[in-house]
Design a protein around this ligand. Structure first.
Ligand code: PMP
Length: 397
């Protein structure tokens, strides 16, 4: 049976081109980039080149503003803790209720350490209300951390505008954005509309590079301190022997993701929209979480009233279809998604959420198969559901 992988917001397949450029750094070019002998120079040069490539992909300016990390989780931790450590005179942080746990949990920890944190609510579409944001900004705000795009719903946040407003309130406010789901799906231009963003995090495994490598952009002049201490790697800003093959892979993946991004994302958006309209037609009481908001082109988060997301996943996997309910980070627990809760998705749908997230490796055939299989799975599960009136084919009231 062919596997249909539509869980690309959880992780992605490594691109063959990425694997190919990584290979020599596992075998012949294994040297520690800090070693003094000539043979090691090629590994140091590979890191230099990778940094330049990524800086170009993000139009970041000086490549030294990019630090390689082990994940977006590390980048987010480093961005937030590093900012707080470097700015002990300010104590107010703004974030949203729908950030990834690697931001939310750090913010909760900052609260425990005595900082004041505003977790801004979102509306039913998952959007931030601008008036809540403006009201929350203060002259003594230290840090704003708001993601470019949400991993569960794909809802995008107007970061360029949010930074502009923050800097107008006080140019000293430091702005961080988690761009993990955005790179390769949205244009990211650090000298264009995002030129006032101070810190930006992302990860390799959402864009066809391996898991376990990420990056943090720290704009020159930002009041930020290193968070991982130890050796002098990354000019003392992130200690630890560099993961050369993964760094090389990350650069190649960024290059591939950014090349032809508009064309590819148009193709993916068409696939997603076709899937969405077909499912609307075939499945009664179906909602698309965030459908009215600006969304990533690849993401479809369905609220299927009356049944459990886990049951749908199990049935889909019998057809070789790999999707997800909520996010991979919360699916290890039975807690309903904090993102859908923040969006006030009704109880009868919050447990029946199904996330389908496409990538450049998905095609028409994949979408066709999901359209063939999913409506029947839903109909069968609803027959067993205590919340579903099978006679009238609607939710029980
Ligand atoms: N932020 C967002 C928006 C994410 O989607 C993820 C991964 N689910 C992360 C951060 C964490 O990335 P990593 O797995 O590289 O730590």
């Amino acid at each position: 049976m062919r596997t249909i992988y539509v869980d690309n917001n959880a992780t992605t397949a490594i691109a063959p081109e990425v694997l190919e450029v990584m290979q020599p750094y596992f075998t012949s070019e294994y040297f520690n980039p800090s070693s003094m002998y000539t043979a090691a120079q090629s590994t140091a040069a590979a890191i230099r080149q990778a940094r330049e490539t990524i800086a170009n992909c993000l139009n970041a300016g000086a490549p030294e503003q990019l630090l390689f990390t082990g994940s977006a989780t590390e980048s987010n931790n480093s961005a937030l803790f590093g900012t707080v450590q470097a700015n002990s005179q300010r104590h107010h942080v703004i974030t949203t209720a729908v950030e990834h746990p690697s931001v939310l949990e750090v913010c909760k920890e900052l609260q425990r350490r005595g900082l004041e944190v505003d977790f801004l609510p979102v509306n039913r579409q998952g959007e931030l209300e601008m008036r809540d944001y403006v009201k929350a900004l203060r002259r003594d705000t230290l840090l704003v951390t708001i993601m470019l795009a949400n991993n569960e719903t794909g809802v995008c946040y107007p970061v360029a505008e949010l930074v502009r407003i923050a800097k107008e309130t006080d140019p000293q406010i430091i702005f961080h954005t988690d761009a993990t789901q955005a790179i390769g799906k949205l244009p990211v231009d650090l000298q264009g509309d995002l030129r006032h963003v101070d810190l930006l995090s992302f990860s390799g495994h959402k864009l066809h590079a391996p898991k376990g490598v990420g990056a943090l952009f720290v704009r020159r002049g930002t009041r930020w301190q290193p968070f991982i201490l130890g050796g002098h790697q990354e000019r003392g800003l992130r200690a630890g022997t560099e993961n050369v093959p993964y760094i090389v892979g990350l650069a190649k993946a960024c290059e591939l993701a950014v090349a032809g991004v508009d064309e590819e994302q148009t193709r993916v958006r068409q696939l997603r929209d076709r899937l969405q309209s077909a499912l609307y037609e075939c499945i009664p009481a179906l909602e698309v979480n965030g459908s009215e908001a600006q969304r990533l082109p690849n993401t479809l988060n369905l609220a299927i009233h009356g049944i459990e997301g886990e049951a749908i996943l199990f049935e889909l996997s019998r057809y070789g279809i790999c999707a997800s309910s909520g996010s991979a980070c919360t699916s290890g627990s039975l807690d309903p998604s904090h993102v859908l809760k923040a969006m006030a998705v009704p109880f009868t749908a919050i447990h029946g959420s199904l996330r389908i997230s496409l990538s450049r490796y998905n095609d028409e055939q994949d979408v066709k198969r999901i359209i063939e299989v999913l409506p029947e799975i839903v109909a069968n599960l609803r027959k067993l559901s205590p919340y579903w009136d099978d006679q009238r084919n609607c939710l029980k009231v």
